[in-house]
Structures are given as C-alpha cells and as structure tokens.
Design a protein around this ligand. Structure first.
Ligand code: UT7
Length: 332
C-alpha cells in the first residue's frame, strides 16, 4: 500500500489594514493606473506590529481555521511545517511557536525557507512523511510579513507585496488512482540566478549588528523584468513536466492555481498552457503578492466559494526568490 496526504482543511488570515494603490502616490513616483495595468494589484494588506499583527499571529489564525474545517484537535497533529522568510524570530522558529500557541504538543515541526515556493516545498516534505507512514496529520502553512522587508522608497518593488497567511491541514490516506490527495510534486531551485530576487544583507554573512550592514541592503531587491520572464517560463515548464510524469492531460485538470505575483504573469502562463480564466483562481488584485501564502489562500477561497469541490483535480504552480519554483498535482 502507498500513502499520500489529502487536504482536509484550509484557512487564511490577513492584517486589518487595507492599503490602496493611491496611497503610494504620496511617497513614491507611481500611480494607481501603472500599478493596476502592469501588475493587476489594487489593494494589499499591511501588518501593524503595534496591534500584535505579525507572522506568528497570522499563522495562528489561519491554522485555527484550517483545523476547524478539518475537524481536528491540535493534539492530533504530528507535523507542523511553516514556509516563511519572515519569522518573528529565527530561534524559536515559527513552527515551534505555533506548536505552543495551538497546544499541538504531539507534533514536531520546523520552518522552510523557499520564498514564494514555501508552501509547495512544505507540501513536498509532508508528502514524504505520509509516504513513510510516520505522520498521520500535518499542518502546512505559507505565511509572510514582507512589509518588514520592503524598501518603501523603491517603487519597483514596494507596490507589489502584501502580508498574509494561508494554512492547510493534510491527512494520511491510501494513494489510489482516483482518490483524494497529493498525486505528485515537481520542485526546482537555481542558486546561480539568486541575485535576480534576493535580500543581500542579514544574518550570518552580513549580520544586522555588523558595521557593513546597510538598511537598504536588508530589503528586497528584484530585477523585475528578468524575474517576470523566468517566472513565466519556469512555472509552465514545471507544470508541463509534472503532468507528463503523471501521464495527465491538461484537459483533465479541473482547476488551476498560479502564484499570485502579477496578473500578467498568470495570464502568460495560462496562455502558454492553454488555460481559460474561468478555471483559475485570481486574488492578486486584493492581496498583491503574499509570497508563500498566495496558493493556500487561493485554495481556501476557491474551495469555500464552490469553485473547487472534493474530487476535483487541481494544478498548482509557483515561483520565488532564491530562485525556487514548483508545481503540485492534487486531487481535493
Ligand atoms: O513572487 C515571485 C516573483 N516576483 C515576481 O514574479 C514579479 C516579477 N516582475 C514583475 O511583476 C514586473 O516585472 C514588475 C511589475 C516588477 C515591473 O513591470 P514591467 O512591466 O516588467 O516594468 P519594467 O521593470 O520593465 O519597468 C518599466 C518602467 C520603468 O521605467 P523606464 O525605465 O521605462 O522609464 C520603471 O522604472 O516602469 C517603471 N516602473 C514604475 N513606474 C511607475 C517600475 N515600477 C513602477 C511603479 N510605478 N511602481
């Protein structure tokens, strides 16, 4: 018998504050029309740490919703995986803090750093634990407070990102051809292109307490148009390879989830693969790019709205800094 994990719950959480495109006009040379037409973004959520909004609080709120839907007590969790590059603290990691907050005393867990691909990388780790039979229930989260890493004077990046958490609960199940669960995951990294999207300073090489540490270098740097081209090409390639590996035709997919970074990237991928807009969940207009959180949030919204239903075959594709990418074929 072969085991996999099936998604039994999803939840999301956002800071209260909605920031509009217009607000950027007060401090950078941009405008609502440029942001809307070049990215598809209209609003994003920005955390206010003075109100207790941070990576852990959002992960906690999203996890509780996902556990509720799954009908699972936190004590039943065996594994907590958190994809994030913005943990509240590096030690303890978010998964440890969350374990304590949830009272998930029987779980072990850790954070994964794969930027925007964090949730898909987390799913792939959970998949291995399910396959080995070691884990029955897993919480896999993508969460980011990127507002902390944004250079608010850099118009080419500050308008793009938002803060949020997306959580999923997965349960071990027997892998059968028509059964619910993860069917396959395709991952990739390319450290040679790391300079295209990175945060140059911070932690061991140039720690925040060293003399060379520069405020601007600990912020997100991106060569936008290069990343745009690579993201499009790579997500399409990863998804195509995954479908081939699993002898699945594009027409068999009921619903598509592309990383929500830019509506033009999503549309390029959809055009290259031949996917209609009606079969894709889009929320980049409301939240901007929430990095590792985009895909689980989109899944939760699509599921709760009835756009995807149990039994549906779903294809996820993501691309992020580092560089990292991945795709996942999952039956709900
Ligand atoms: O999450 C994973 C990865 N992230 C992404 O996937 C994001 C990938 N990249 C993108 O989404 C797009 O490349 C951007 C939205 C970042 C930029 O759009 P673009 O169409 O590629 O624009 P560009 O970088 O080629 O810049 C075109 C012009 C430039 O001005 P000049 O040199 O032509 O005078 C930029 O300075 O647009 C200018 N520009 C802006 N203008 C007004 C860049 N940002 C802004 C802005 N407002 N916010």
């Amino acid at each position: 018998m072969r085991y996999t994990g099936r998604i039994v719950g999803a939840g999301s959480a956002f800071p209260e504050r909605v920031m509009t495109n217009k607000e950027f006009e007060a401090f950078v040379d941009t405008n609502d029309e440029w942001i809307r037409t070049r990215t598809g973004i209209e609003t994003r959520r920005i955390a206010d740490p003075s109100k207790g909004e941070n990576t852990l609080s959002m992960a906690h709120a999203a996890a509780k919703k996902a556990l509720d839907q799954a009908g699972l007590d936190p004590k039943e969790l065996d594994l907590i995986l958190v994809g994030t590059i913005t943990p509240n603290t590096v030690m303890p990691c978010t998964a440890n803090q969350l374990q304590a907050l949830l009272g998930a005393e029987n779980a072990f867990g850790f954070d994964l750093q794969a930027a925007c691909s964090g949730w898909v990388f987390g799913l792939s780790v959970a998949e291995q634990y399910f396959a080995s039979g070691k884990v029955k229930n897993a919480l896999v989260i993508g969460v980011e407070t990127l507002s902390m890493l944004i250079d608010w004077q850099d118009r080419s990046t500050c308008v793009l990102f938002g803060d949020a958490a997306g959580a999923t609960v997965l349960q071990r199940t027997e892998a059968t051809p028509e059964g619910s669960g993860i069917i396959g995951i395709n991952l990739g990294t390319d450290g040679r292109a790391q300079d295209l999207l990175c945060i140059p300073h911070g932690y061991c090489k140039v720690p925040p307490w060293s003399a060379e540490y520069s405020a601007k270098q600990h912020k997100i740097k991106m060569q936008g148009s290069e990343v745009f081209k690579l993201a499009t090409r790579t997500m399409v390639k990863s998804a195509t390879e995954l479908l081939e590996q699993h002898e699945t035709k594009l027409e068999e997919i009921d619903y598509f989830f592309f990383h929500q970074a830019n509506i033009r990237i999503i549309d390029h991928c959809a055009r290259a693969l031949g996917v209609a807009r009606e079969k894709m969940w889009i929320n980049v207009d409301r939240y901007g790019n929430t990095s590792a959180a985009t895909l689980p949030i989109a899944l939760e919204e699509a599921w709760k709205s009835g756009a995807v239903k149990p039994g549906n075959l779903m294809l996820f594709a993501t691309f992020g800094g580092g560089l990292t990418w991945g795709s996942a074929l999952i039956r709900l």
